[in-house]
Design a protein around this ligand. Structure first.
Ligand code: 26Y
Length: 822
């Protein structure tokens, strides 16, 4: 019989091939003969997008149903990574498409490589938001992500002479097939100006805000499809535009350029993502970004709610809004403004609604990373919100005064306004007061929150505090990035693990199985070979695929201690120089990560890594036993081949500094062993995989605190640890810097005289632990067994588990399956 398939929905190989050709012709305007690879990528992307459309539209229909509660995830960052690969997997059409593409004379891998990833985030926090969006869809939870459509995402990193150079990320330059602009749903956002009291027609006292300028927010929607489900949620990112694309008043006065200025000024708002680890002091544009997307999001939610016939007093029953760190915390004041000023709810009713609506996730303990805005800046940009914050604060402090019996120091500590010197608005305090739930991102981190930065709030409201240990999506971080290992796993335990990661535990039965171990090793060897080939081709460095791949990939930061890793490399190097015949396990040290453009010390850390690499890689004495590689431009795309190839995962932050970490989970899931401190989620990973399958070293938080209280002196460690002294002296001597003794002086001085992250205190323990790693790596079967057990026991760290917990304990939402209606 003849099967008639629609070119826009059919999944037959021939239909797919025809659809690609059709899109190439009608959307790209190309014949195959003159099409670029990117044209083919676009044609394929549109072919996939077509097939998402029925799922997406039917999911959106559900949002409007009055009885459906929707999660709104507010985040200034969504670090999605490339769409095409994961969408093929989640739709279950990867092999069909591979064949259809092959029938067109192309390789799917080449088309996948064309995609410019949307780098709309810095690192962990943005990537977490992306994993959570994927899990929400897979778990069939109605959800919308709200954020900013930055025209330029996180900068691209190039290395010149071993230094980081930042290059603008032009991710939109060839167009973005995954988004649909919705200009009909634009909203207006106001800034500046002043407020004015008035009496309304019912004689009630009210305030109106007379803004100085208005910006239009236009939503761009991206579909996020779940794994083998119809649910396809929306990521709605907002772009700023001039409120009037043509300023007639200015034009009539002949001021054409003034009108254009206004347009440029407005569009500046969503131009660029701010890097973390940069001081934001006085960065008015950053606060504008935050308020802009938050206001857009809340207006959008209110419209949706009222459109479905909802009463604003029940807003919290329609939406559970999660604040991803304090970046969207101004939402608390904005919702109050919308409810009280614009929709005339009484204050108390509005406050009830607001508190019931918001949940707040904190991602940091570093005091310098807590957001606060100078009061004059805040007040001039958001005059009405400042008044509202004062009102919230007054009522809050009245309540706290009763609890703390007038302890004025406590009240000053709790206040939403920091008045200890120059006055600031404390965004974390606003988020805490305005939310019904506050959570950290790993057990240890959540405990420390209660004892340190949010201690006073914990005393006031212990019941608000929760832990939600982070997780990562197994679809991207195992199935997609490591197809070989995924297949081996599936051959042994079936496919259920993809959505029930705890099923990986069944692999424990094979941990001692010689044949399984052999296959496991063979796969690790093959993915290491792939990475080695890639490094050879792109960086022209030959690495040995049988060496121990020792990998540290993450943002470059002093607290993450990439330079501790460097001290280990130099220590090994010195051993070889002292005894060229020394029998050591060959290692390949791989680094990757970006430094914030203004973070001088982090940039110097990159330079020290690349400088050590240059010397060690080219020293004939080393005989290729040590290789050091810095992978430039570490991002989601470039990370995907890295996790599967690791033997050893470096998670070596100073105890108490890393809130959770999520890279640690990706490595272990892919069978790497971890060398790590008792920090963030390392603690729980170690518990899960078993202490005997984890290389632990270093001071505990308590020991760090004790040492710092008793007066830590790194200089003593330097003097009494010969290997350490030798390593540091070698850097200092100019050995790695062509004789230049000044180059690394700031780094060395910081370590020897200050060492805020206690590298020298942890050095010996780290080296000893690394020696154990080396010995263990030689016991091939033991190592393989440990590797298998790591993967087998990582089920807990799925973002599906994390999202289920958020749904149960914070959002109170339940899954709804999406029906495909014609
Ligand atoms: C203020 C602004 C420019 C800013 C932007 C981004 C400040 C911070 C950030 C990003 C923070 C971040 O990525 N934090 C990380 O969140 C992860 C997810 O919870 C944690 O695993 C990780 O430990 C934490 O450092």
């Amino acid at each position: 019989s003849i099967q008639v398939e629609d070119d826009r929905s059919g999944l037959g190989i021939e239909t797919l091939r025809r659809a690609i050709a059709d899109n190439l012709f009608y959307l790209q305007g190309k014949w195959p003969e003159i099409a670029t690879l990117n044209d083919f990528y676009m044609a394929l992307a549109n072919t996939v997008r077509d097939r998402l459309m029925p799922r997406w539209l039917n999911t959106i229909r559900n949002y409007r149903r009055s009885e459906v509660r929707v999660v709104a995830y507010l985040s200034a960052e969504f670090l999605l990574g490339p769409h095409l690969g994961i969408k093929l997997i989640n739709l279950g059409i990867e092999e069909l498409v591979r064949q259809a593409v092959a029938d067109s004379g192309l390789a799917l891998e080449d088309l996948l490589a064309q995609e410019e990833e949307p780098g709309l985030g810095n690192g962990g926090l943005g990537r977490l938001a992306a994993c959570y969006m994927e899990s929400l869809a897979t778990l069939e939870i109605p959800a919308i992500g709200y954020g900013i459509r930055y025209e330029f995402g996180i900068f691209d990193q190039e290395l010149r002479d071993g230094w980081q150079v930042e290059v603008t990320d032009k991710w939109l330059q060839y167009g973005n097939p995954w988004e649909i602009p919705r200009p009909e749903s634009a909203v207006m956002v106001r800034f500046g100006g002043r407020t004015e009291a008035y009496t309304d027609d019912e004689g009630a006292y009210r305030v109106r805000w007379i803004p100085a300028r208005v910006v239009k927010g236009v939503p761009y929607d991206t579909p996020i499809v779940g794994y083998y489900v119809n649910t396809t949620n929306t990521l709605r990112l907002w772009r700023a535009e001039a409120a009037e694309s043509f300023n007639f008043q200015a034009f009539n006065q002949g001021d054409y350029y003034g009108a254009v200025d206004q347009k440029i000024y407005s569009e500046n708002l969503t131009k660029v993502l701010y890097p973390n680890d940069e001081p934001l002091q006085g960065k008015q544009l950053r606060l504008e970004q935050q308020y802009f997307f938050v206001s857009c999001a809340l207006q959008d939610m209110i419209r949706l709610h009222r459109g479905a016939g909802g009463d604003l007093r029940q807003f919290h029953q329609k939406f559970a809004v999660q604040l991803n760190d304090t970046h969207p915390a101004v939402a608390v004041a904005e919702l109050m403004r919308l409810l009280v000023d614009e929709h005339r709810l009484p204050w108390d009713a509005a406050w009830e609604v607001s508190q019931s609506t918001f949940g707040f996730t904190n991602h940091t303990l570093l005091p310098e990373a807590l957001e606060k805005w100078p009061l004059p800046l805040f007040g001039s940009l958001l005059p009405r919100h400042l008044e509202i914050i004062y009102e919230i604060n007054q009522r809050f402090l009245d309540q706290a005064r009763v609890h703390f019996l007038g302890d004025s120091q406590k009240l000053a500590q709790l206040s939403l306004i920091d008045e200890s010197g120059e006055r600031y608005v404390r965004m974390a305090h606003l988020a805490c007061v305005g939310s019904h739930a506050i959570n950290g991102v790993a057990e240890l981190h959540s405990e420390l929150l209660k004892q340190t930065v949010l201690k006073d709030f914990y005393q006031l409201w212990p019941q608000k505090f929760q832990n939600k240990t982070n997780g990562v999506t197994p679809r991207r971080w195992l199935l997609l990035c490591n197809p070989r290992l995924s297949q081996l796993i599936t051959e042994h335990i079936g496919t259920d693990w993809v959505c029930q990661l705890e099923q990986l535990r069944q692999l424990e039965a094979y941990a001692e199985d010689r044949e399984f171990q052999r296959q496991w090793r063979q796969i690790k060897r093959a993915v290491k070979q792939d990475l080695a080939d890639h490094i050879q081709q792109t960086l022209n460095i030959a690495i040995n695929p049988d060496s121990l791949f020792d990998i540290q990939v993450k943002r470059i930061h002093e607290y993450k201690r990439q330079h501790l890793n460097v001290l280990h490399i130099i220590t090994l190097y010195n051993r070889i120089r002292r005894n060229p015949d020394i029998d050591i396990v060959p290692r390949t040290f791989i680094f990757g990560g970006k430094a914030a453009p203004g973070y001088i010390m982090a940039k110097l850390m990159i330079k020290v890594i690349t400088s050590v690499a240059e010397v060690v890689n080219n020293d004939p004495q080393v005989c290729d036993r040590i290789k050091v590689v810095f992978l430039p431009d570490y991002n989601v795309t470039n990370s995907q081949p890295v996790y599967p190839a690791a033997d050893l995962s470096e998670q070596i932050s100073t105890a108490g500094k890393e809130a959770s970490g999520t890279g640690n989970m990706k490595f272990s899931l892919n069978g790497a062993l971890t060398i790590g401190t008792l920090d963030g989620a390392n603690v729980e990973i170690r518990q899960a995989v078993g202490a005997e399958n984890f290389f632990l070293f270093g001071l505990t938080i308590e020991e760090v605190q004790q040492l710092q209280e008793s007066g830590y002196n790194p200089w003593d460690y330097y003097n009494r640890t010969p290997d350490l002294k030798e390593a540091i002296n070698l850097i200092n001597s100019g050995f790695f810097s062509h004789g230049n003794r000044e180059l690394f002086k700031p780094l060395v001085d910081s370590l020897v005289y200050d060492d805020p992250y206690l590298l020298l205190a942890d050095y010996s323990a780290y080296i000893d632990c690394q020696d154990t790693v080396g010995q263990r790596f030689r016991e091939t079967d033991t190592w393989t067994r440990m590797s298998i057990l790591n993967s087998a026991r990582m089920g807990y760290f799925s973002s599906d588990r994390a999202i289920r917990e958020y749904c149960q304990d914070i959002w109170h939402v339940t899954p709804i399956s999406v029906q495909l209606k014609p």
